[in-house]
Design a protein around this ligand. Structure first.
Ligand code: NAI
Length: 475
């Protein structure tokens, strides 16, 4: 008889492994199946986020930021660095070690929470007796059975039509984190989150970086006052960003890559680079899952169709994270995973999409939550806005990083915070207070009346709240 589980989670990324742990905490007998292999063929739990996404990119962003600081900014502090050099192999090795710590951490968490882990590929076989048979193909092949299935199979990088990733010259987020020597010229297609983060890493390490973006607007989903400020800062740092381009033929040769494109002025151009990162979005991953075997519904883009509670068209089959609708963010996947485990247990798990924070880990960082000014205008929602620049913040001056601002938007009548948008130092951390405020439906006055430590960057958030009522104290 096949092994029986209450819950089988397919995929061990942030959506899957967190769902497995939460389900186990709630008393279920849980299995998690994940096929990711490390360079030695062993398991590598954590999915895209841990292996080729959030974690390694943050390691490389930190290393490259240190190099940039030592190269250009230490001198402002009276620190002179002579004979500065770069050991890329060591930097990449450190990044790999950080990834491994995270892989191992999840193995430990599975043991601690008694989650049964299969290093294998999972696929649907059949629905039988109120449960689902799942084929587990790893070093051995077996079929296991689960009452509830949570699909958390993530997403893959989208390639340009006719230009597959070779991860040598034409790179996805994976290859972009493994370039063995700093390219002299690096091209990036798509000025989204990955393009900006990876472009920043290799620019700081010395590459000449050109980003080609199809849309005429820079960071169209971001509050445009914040996006403009970020664009100004990136351009000053030396990132070349061309908007409104139409990418044509891409030739991948021995010496590098040539990209033909038409610029916003309708002029034919060619960009010659050593390496090209293509970061034009991601597509849901259901490769090998065999959804047809049970009739699991996919939409026209290949994503699993779910309702607001992550229920699929099949009873007791759930799906979370990048493989379903909504932002492709690790923390959204985690929260959906927790909510699904709680729903299986008869509880009322809930994810508030309006308070999912967004962060772009460039320098300056960009972070936001809730609605931006353009969205409020389009919706005809009457609002008040307050901004406060880091230039007027004592901690930012001491840090030597005064780029950017905090912008708060509040309802004109009730003063409820509708959105907060930050570009500046440690925006990724500052946004947490704003997410909490919005989750508790705080008003801008609430933030303005809360005591914030001095000197701290968080005072800029308090001042932005004061600015909503036009009563900043330090500007
Ligand atoms: P994205 O959706 O953020 O950006 C893609 C960009 O490419 C857009 O600006 C789009 O207009 C442009 N584009 C699309 N097709 C194009 C074409 N043919 N020519 C020129 N430009 C084109 O996607 P990205 O950067 O690939 O990231 C994928 C996902 O990973 C995103 O959903 C993102 O949220 C997630 N991610 C999140 C991170 C974070 O939270 N810090 C870090 C990295 C990725």
């Amino acid at each position: 008889m096949s092994k029986q589980f209450d819950v089988i989670v397919i995929g061990g990324g942030p959506g899957g492994y967190i769902a497995a742990i939460r389900a186990s905490q709630l008393g279920f007998n849980v299995a998690c199946i994940d096929e990711w292999k490390n360079s030695k063929g062993g398991s590598a739990l954590g999915g895209t986020c841990t292996n080729i996404g959030c974690i390694p990119s943050k390691a490389m962003l930190q290393s490259s930021e240190y190099f940039d600081q030592a190269s250009h900014h230490f001198v402002d502090h009276g620190i002179e660095v002579k004979g500065l050099s770069l050991d890329i192999a060591k930097m990449l090795g450190r990044k790999d070690a950080v990834v491994k710590q995270n892989n191992d951490g999840i193995v430990y968490l599975f043991k601690k929470n008694k989650v049964t882990f299969f290093h294998a590929r999972a696929s649907f076989v059949a629905a039988r007796d109120g449960a689902y048979d799942i084929k587990v193909a790893g070093s051995v092949e077996e079929t296991i059975s689960g009452k509830h299935i949570i699909v958390a199979t993530g997403s893959n990088a989208r390639a340009l039509p006719g230009t597959p990733f070779d991860e040598e010259n034409i790179l996805s987020n994976d290859g972009a984190l493994r370039i063995g020597a700093v390219p002299q010229k690096l091209g990036v297609i798509g000025s989204g989150v990955i393009g900006l983060e990876m472009g920043s890493v290799w620019r700081r390490l010395g590459a000449e970086v050109t980003i080609l973006e199809g849309l005429p607007t820079f960071l169209g989903a971001v509050d445009q006052q914040i996006a403009k400020e970020a664009h100004k800062a990136f351009t000053k740092q030396g990132l070349k960003i061309e908007l409104g381009v139409k990418v044509g033929e891409i030739k991948n040769g021995k010496k590098g890559v040539s990209v033909a494109y038409v610029n916003a002025r309708n002029e034919a151009q060619t960009l010659e680079v050593d390496k090209l990162i293509v970061s034009i979005g991601r597509t849901a991953n259901t490769i090998g899952l065999n959804p047809e075997a049970v009739g699991l519904g996919l939409d026209e883009r290949g994503a699993i169709v779910v309702d607001g509670e992550c229920k699929t068209n099949l009873p007791n089959v759930w799906a979370v994270g990048d493989v379903v609708r909504g932002p492709m963010l690790a923390h959204k996947a985690e929260d959906e995973g927790v909510a699904v485990a709680e729903r299986i247990a008869g509880q009322h798990g809930h994810v508030n999409f309006n308070t999912v924070p967004w962060v772009i880990y460039t320098s300056p960082e960009i972070a936001w939550v809730g609605q931006n000014e353009e969205q409020l205008k389009t919706a005809g929602h009457a609002y008040k806005a307050g901004t406060f620049p880091f230039m007027a913040n004592g901690r930012a001056r001491a840090l030597g990083d005064t780029t950017g601002m905090v912008k708060m938007l509040a309802d004109a009548a009730t003063d409820e915070i509708l959105g907060v948008h930050i570009v500046g130092p440690l925006a990724s951390e500052l946004i947490a207070e704003c997410v909490m405020a919005m989750e508790f439906r705080a008003s801008s006055e609430d933030i303005a009346r809360i005591c914030h430590a001095h000197p701290s960057l968080s005072e800029a958030t308090k001042e932005a709240a004061l600015a909503v009522e036009k009563r900043t104290l330090n500007f």
